[in-house]
Design a protein around this ligand. Structure first.
Ligand SMILES: NC(=O)c1ccc[n+]([C@@H]2O[C@H](COP(=O)([O-])OP(=O)(O)OC[C@H]3O[C@@H](n4cnc5c(N)ncnc54)[C@H](O)[C@@H]3O)[C@@H](O)[C@H]2O)c1
Length: 439
């Protein structure tokens, strides 16, 4: 175990975290073997494709593949044999009761234990409840290995949309373990990134991840609650949050009003933390309020669109953006999709566009909406009673407002990300409605 520039490292799970981690580790000079139980995903990767959209990832993966240091396999034995470390980056979706479903983690741990052929560190990157490190260690122990296989919690903080940059420039590296050799290995592995390293026990590391996501979600719900008050009193929430966020104790990052938080992590991790709290008899009032405000935000915006268009039934609404945030094709728990579902339930007809997520959205929305051509986003405004900006993709930043005005049945722009300049929109003869601000 050296991490001195040429270790062999297995990665289980070819999702957002697994692909970026594997490609990043290869770029650092190691051999990364990426394994997934989904053979189609591995075949796609092996054929030069990518199952996800991330800026900079195609180039990073191509460099890794051409160097021979990034490899893909459907054979778990190949992803474990001869490795100094094996990373677990499998999905941990929501179970029926709201807790994290650990089936994939258990399966991955058992498969790794079965194929280990020498001393190796098992590094868990999946977001998992406190105790999961012990669970993985127990599975490895039950396999009665003669080889040493310490388990480490190394939570992942990358953000979809800037995942490659986040891999190489993390705010911090968290290493949760009680094994000096494993800690030293990960310190050397991540040393080129120059990030502060926080070393804790495994449970604390697992809690750090949930705490970070819960706080980020709370900041968004707080901003949306303030936005509702701003709308009532006639203040501009963007200036209010900038003014409050200028306080170093608060900070401006991730502090904007809009459609609310979504994606594959924040909603699920908040619910999992609720379950963790309940298990130790804590009633997490702030977590409950954070989720409730987030749910209400969609209802509030849908009701506002209904009020502005004199009732939703039969109205034509154009929606720009389907991904849960710009820079990704991920539509899991996307607030844009939730808003579209609410508009459809209210009887509206919806036309949609997204530069990256249209295919993924199709599996959720099917033929219930109409899809604009990929390179003609503003087509969704044709004959529309309202145009809604749901995901703030840079490509939507500079619309031809005169063309929009002419194309729409009712010139109304609901800017659900406070993305546009309200005065500019209003000057073009289009009614502007933001979240907690107006023209
Ligand atoms: N997506 C993010 O932005 C992000 C950020 C930080 C942390 N996380 C956490 O990282 C974990 C992975 O997230 P993701 O978004 O990359 O997941 P994902 O759903 O995109 O991909 C998970 C992959 O794991 C594979 N898999 C399932 N069981 C497996 C097994 N036994 N062996 C090998 N592969 C298996 C699946 O086929 C899938 O391809 C989750 O716990 C998530 O909460 C995600």
């Amino acid at each position: 175990m050296t991490a001195a520039g040429h270790d062999r490292i297995g990665i289980f799970g070819a999702g957002y975290v697994g692909i970026v981690t594997a490609a990043g580790i290869a770029e650092l000079g190691h051999t990364a073997i990426l394994y997934d139980t989904d053979a189609a995903k591995i075949a796609l990767l092996a054929a030069g494709g990518l199952p996800i959209h991330e800026a900079g990832l195609p180039e990073l993966v191509a460099r890794g593949v051409s160097s021979g240091r990034l490899q893909f396999t459907s054979d778990p034995g190949r992803a474990v044999a001869g490795c100094s470390a094996v990373f677990i980056a499998v999905g941990t979706p929501i179970a029926d009761d709201g807790s994290a479903d650990l089936t994939n983690v258990r399966d991955a741990a058992a498969t790794i234990a079965k194929h280990l052929d020498g001393p190796a560190i098992i590094v868990n990157k999946s977001t998992v409840p406190v105790d999961t490190g012990d669970l993985v260690a127990g599975i490895v122990r039950d396999a009665r290995l003669t080889r040493r296989a310490p388990v480490v919690s190394n939570p992942e903080f990358l953000r979809e949309g800037s995942a490659v940059n986040d891999f190489f420039h993390p705010d911090r590296i968290v290493i949760g373990c009680d094994d000096a050799g494993a800690e030293a290995f990960l310190r050397v592995l991540y040393a080129p990134l120059g990030a502060p390293v926080i070393v804790t026990d495994m449970r604390t590391a697992e809690m750090i991840k949930y705490t970070a996501n819960a706080f980020l979600a709370m900041k968004v719900s707080f901003a949306n609650e303030i936005a509702a008050i701003c709308a009532g009193v006639g203040a501009d929430v963007t200036a209010v949050l900038a003014g409050a966020g200028a306080d170093a104790r608060i900070g401006p990052a991730h502090f904007g009003a809009g459609l609310g938080f979504g994606g594959s992590c924040l909603p699920k991790d908040l619910r999992a933390l609720q379950q963790i709290a309940a298990a130790v008899s804590v009633q997490p009032a702030l977590l409950e309020a954070t989720l409730a405000v987030n749910r209400r935000q969609i209802e509030r915006i849908c009701a506002r669109i209904g009020a502005l268009t004199d009732g939703l039934p039969g109205r034509r609404i154009g929606v720009l953006g389907l991904a849960f945030k710009a820079g990704t094709d991920d539509v899991r728990d996307s607030p844009a999709i939730a808003l579209i579902e609410a508009l459809l339930a209210g009887g509206a007809q919806v036309a949609v566009h997204d530069p990256a997520a249209m295919e993924n959205a199709r599996s959720l929305l099917g033929a219930r909406v109409t899809y604009a051509l990929p390179d003609d986003a503003f087509d969704v405004a044709g004959d529309a009673d309202a145009l809604v900006l749901a995901t703030d993709w840079p490509g939507y930043a500079d619309p031809d407002l005169a063309r929009l005005r002419a194309a729409m049945r009712r010139p109304l722009l609901l800017d659900a990300r406070n993305f546009y300049d309200p005065q500019r929109v209003a000057r073009a003869g289009i009614r502007y409605e933001g979240i907690g601000r107006s023209a």
